[in-house]
Ligand binder design. Structure first.
Ligand SMILES: Cc1cc2nc3c(=O)[nH]c(=O)nc-3n(C[C@H](O)[C@H](O)[C@H](O)COP(=O)(O)O)c2cc1C
Length: 327
């Protein structure tokens, strides 16, 4: 168990915010796997302020998902603060998170938001202290190690963030310019942990028990955050929760489990979105779920042409039969 501000979190496994992925349907699956804390996909401060219907719809969540953190991205104190107040009022999340790590050019360069904030320490202090003062829930910040290899400043940033009143910090051990290339730098996460007293969540490249253990033991971080490792493999959360609870290593999911999960995920998406959107979104998830299963490429090709729930179910049911017959 660990705590962020006054929020008690039952274990130290955290779902990373992932745009286009971490909506309520996906989060419910991750929650069913026992995840301690989940970060929802980021929403834009401007989207909130200008009352964008799409942005507000992204705040949808169900009570069973608590504790939940809602992340906001933006570039200036005023709009961050307004947006945070609105998010608190509309959604009442357990935690509000400030994005200081997004490397995508549209966010980090065009909008001077996300990771670009790492270049302006005064702005970081201003934004964090203003948001902290304006909402009653704990505020966390998610950063990268720095903008590029010549400006690694996570330690300085973490100290400022703590001083400005944040209740926890997540560090993804890559610079903005690295994107997702190379490997996450655990040394910088370790140094941040040694430099601040607020909880530190270590993030980057956790894909199995070994990498999770390494992140915790090497960096001393309080919790681990997992992103890409759960795409198509939400069972990783259960595997880690069980392992860290009593050392038990649960079996990997069978082909059948994976296909059944596709149906389950699609059902959740259909409850939240219209069929067209649910089907489109499900295409990538099915590709992730089926990764590594024999002959799955053919099935993926068919799924990418499917336009209804019925079609998807038919393709998957046939595939399930084929696999069962070949075993
Ligand atoms: C599809 C995708 C979307 C992402 N969206 C966000 C986001 O909205 N906010 C954020 O802070 N990070 C975002 N990230 C970064 C992840 O939260 C995480 O920091 C990164 O993937 C490294 O962790 P991992 O190695 O466990 O994937 C995203 C990553 C991916 C792959």
């Amino acid at each position: 168990m660990f705590k962020i501000g006054n929020i008690e979190i039952k274990n130290n496994i955290v779902l990373a915010p992932m745009a286009g992925v971490c909506n309520s349907a996906f989060r419910k699956i991750i929650k069913e796997m026992g995840c301690g804390l989940m970060y929802a996909e980021m929403v834009s401060d401007k989207g909130m302020i200008y009352n964008s219907k799409k942005t507000k719809e992204m705040l949808y969540f169900e009570e069973c998902e608590r504790p939940i953190a809602q992340q906001i991205f933006g570039s200036d104190k005023e709009s961050f603060t307004k947006a945070a107040k609105m998010v608190e009022k509309i959604m009442n999340p357990d935690i509000i998170d400030i994005n200081m790590g997004c490397p995508v050019p549209k966010v980090a360069i065009k909008s001077q938001a996300g990771a670009s904030l790492l270049k302006d320490l005064d702005k970081i202090r201003e934004i964090v202290s203003s948001v902290v003062k304006s909402v009653s829930v704990p505020v966390t910040v998610k950063i990268r190690s720095g903008w590029d290899s010549s400006s690694i400043n996570a330690i300085e940033v973490a100290k400022i963030v703590e001083d400005a009143g944040a209740s926890a910090i997540t560090v993804h051990g890559r610079t903005r310019s690295q994107g997702y290339s190379g490997v996450a730098d655990l040394d910088i996460i370790k140094k941040v942990k040694e430099s601040v007293s607020i909880p530190v969540i270590g993030n980057g490249d956790i894909v199995d028990i070994e990498s999770a253990k390494k992140m915790l033991s090497y960096t001393g971080c309080d919790a681990i955050m997992i992103g890409r490792g759960v795409l198509g493999n939400p069972w990783l959360i259960k595997k880690l929760v069980t392992y860290f609870a009593d050392g038990t290593i649960i079996n990997d999911p069978s082909f059948e489990d994976k296909i059944k999960m596709c149906f389950h995920h699609l059902d959740y998406l259909m409850k939240q979105k219209c069929e067209k959107v649910a089907v489109l979104e499900m295409r990538s998830h099915i590709a992730w779920y089926l990764k590594g299963i024999p002959h799955s490429q053919e099935v993926k090709n068919k799924i990418f042409k499917a336009t209804s729930k019925e079609e998807i179910e038919k393709i998957l049911n046939n595939y399930l039969k084929e696999i069962k017959n070949s075993l």
